[in-house]
Design a protein. Structure first.
Length: 133
């Protein structure tokens, strides 16, 4: 089995099965206009299992903020055009959370990442939300 960092692929799959939140990277303009303004996010890569499991979406804002700052409860997830990706609509407006910054020396998310909501809200730094415990 291929190793991924400190965790095996099997361990990572098990962690993902327990996750209820998809974390997406967002640039400032799209974040303000779409995530906050339209209460949705689109062109998200998601497996069928993830679509059935996730209940929340969280946004990681890139530099200069470099932190997860907002989340929302998911109303539905539908195909986005013919892209093979999905549009996530929110039940209501996204709410601000205590910022969960990127730890110095760590890489920012480049695509969707799955976490447990409680781990994200409890984390002082983003990588703590990915703990395998």
């Amino acid at each position: 089995m291929r190793r991924i960092g400190k965790a095996t692929a099997a361990t990572q799959r098990e962690r993902r099965r327990r996750c209820d939140t998809v974390l997406v990277p967002a640039l400032r303009e799209g974040f303000e206009e779409v995530f906050l303004g339209e209460s949705r996010w689109y062109a998200v890569r998601m497996s069928r299992g993830a679509r059935e499991r996730v209940k929340y979406i969280a946004a990681y804002q890139g530099a200069p903020i470099s932190a997860v700052t907002h989340m929302a409860e998911i109303r539905d997830i539908r195909p986005y055009e013919d892209s093979g990706k999905y549009m996530v609509s929110f039940k209501g407006p996204a709410w601000q959370i205590n910022p969960v910054p990127l730890r110095k020396g760590k890489k920012a998310p480049q695509g969707p990442v799955y976490v447990k909501k409680e781990d994200l809200l409890r984390a002082d730094y983003l990588d703590e939300a990915f703990d395998l415990t």
